[in-house]
Design a protein around this ligand. Structure first.
Ligand code: SD4
Length: 330
């Protein structure tokens, strides 16, 4: 982990109108933000930046986002993604197989169809018709090993997404890579461009060894992602089922509309989830990152350990995010 780049979990005021800013979930966000910055630094549109940014992660061999990810319990990698611009245009794909860049298919759904969401075989058919190559149906070496391991017990339990302690939380916790980074299966990104316009993107392989057909929050507009260009933008990571039930990202944006800072708005929705889950909140991670119209960024998580990456003029760092539940031996 790039400890030198880790900042305090303070609220980060990174930008004002006229200065672009991009934030994204987890440490993989550092590289993704660089991809987005190529667009933002040249005065490009936030929409192009958030697509380009997460494509870096979708293509990365060192990450569980995209086709390298762990499969569902039947052995197939299924992907979810969505994108939203400054005019409430949005597009989404879910349960999509054998396509390398689901985020770009989501954008095509937004731009070329009268719909918001395509799923499964229909989404794949549309992608192929749009010229996206159909990749080989083959698990990455690491995913195959993980799957073989999982098959020994084939035990289905609700995934404890993104909680680091594998022993306590079973095979659905993220794996640690040989370079010490955590291998997360989602990236969410929101950005503001030089015109002060906001956009967001979110792409995931969901939970490893999930039930076939399971779709989380990430491709659902209002849950995994929401953008209101007058107010702000938010994206989520963690246990998708619990983000969906509070319309997470939309709720964060609505709280910012009422005057809450990005961090306070994220914290409010995290507290709502904890109130609903009661002691079961110990077993799930959920985190939100948000950006308001003034370019102020903030985030909050259920559990300690979540980080987001931020890039703006003269700023490039990981931020340790405040949480409700602290590590036991902290
Ligand atoms: C999901 N929210 O499918 C995603 C998972 C995730 O890092 O964020 N993993 O529920």
């Amino acid at each position: 982990m790039l400890l030198s780049k880790v900042a305090e979990g303070k609220e980060t005021t990174a930008s004002v109108k006229g200065n672009p800013v991009v934030i994204s979930t987890w440490d993989a966000g550092l590289k993704a933000n660089k991809g987005a910055w190529e667009v933002l630094s040249k005065g490009g549109r936030a929409l192009d930046a958030v697509e380009k940014g997460v494509m870096v992660t979708e293509a990365s061999k060192n990450c569980c986002v995209g086709l390298q990810a762990n499969p569902d319990r039947d052995g197939f990698v299924t992907l979810d993604a969505c994108i939203m611009d400054e005019h409430f245009n949005c597009g989404s794909v879910a349960f999509l197989e054998r396509i390398k860049h689901p985020i770009s298919v989501a954008r095509r759904v937004m731009e070329k169809t009268p719909h918001v969401m395509l799923v499964g075989a229909g989404a794949q058919q549309f992608a192929v018709a749009e010229g996206f190559p159909l990749e080989e149906q083959k698990l990455s070496e690491e995913a195959q090993q993980n799957y073989n391991e999982w098959l020994k017990e084939s035990k289905y339990m609700p995934p404890a997404i993104n909680i680091e302690n594998k022993k306590e939380h079973g095979p659905f916790a993220p794996a640690k890579l040989s370079n010490g980074e955590w291998n997360h299966d989602t990236i969410g990104m929101v950005a503001m461009d030089t015109h002060g316009n906001l956009s967001g993107s979110c792409t995931t392989s969901g939970a490893g060894f999930k039930m076939r057909g399971r779709v989380g929050d990430s491709p659902i507009i209002g849950a995994g992602l929401f953008v209101d260009n007058e107010v702000g933008a938010c994206t989520a990571t963690g246990q998708g089922e619990d983000v969906i039930r509070v319309a997470g990202s939309h709720t964060v944006v609505e709280l910012m509309r009422q005057g809450l800072s990005p961090e306070a708005a994220c914290k409010n929705v995290i507290q709502r989830i904890i109130k609903i889950k009661k002691e079961k909140a110990n077993d799930i991670q959920v985190a939100f990152i948000a950006l308001n119209k003034n370019g102020q960024a903030g985030a909050y998580a259920i559990h300690e350990g979540f980080q987001y990456a931020i890039k703006a003029k003269g700023v490039e760092k990981l931020v340790n995010v405040k949480s409700i539940i602290k590590k036991k031996n902290a």
